[in-house]
Design a protein. Sequence first.
Length: 167
Amino acid sequence: MALRPVLVIPDQRLRQVAKPVKTIDNSVQSLIDDMFETMHHEEGCGLAAPQIGVGLRVIVMDTSQDIENGLVLALINPVIVDKSKDNQVFKEGCLSVPDQSAQVKRSREIIVEYLDREGKKQTLVASDFTATCLQHEIDHLNGKLYIDYLSPLKRNIIINRVNQNYS
Ligand code: NI
């Protein structure tokens, strides 16, 4: 296992669409191990492979802070197959947008299909904080960041703060 450096905006690798995993082999499983280690080290509740510069559709998540609905799992090639019309707002942060946060509106409940670490097809119904976290991480696989949902004014304030702190 190894810690991997997390990319920070405006790194353009965060904006690329990640490719599906074709074969779940040792290299994908050790990627997952590294992602869990990196996420826990950085005290994040989710991490997507593009955040460590790997353009594959892999995410890890640990929302065990949510006692009722929390989950710890890795998802390969996740697809949102259904989402509720009713929304919820959570204050979101992102390891690639360090030390910043903002409120984002997303679906309250989603259904996700994915392959697990062993390549077995799984279906997950997620709600509350876990649903928000999953939507945030799956966005990363499509080159999308939570700041994209904010007004241009709020987005620019956050981008400028990160630029000042990390350039
Ligand atoms: Ni993020």
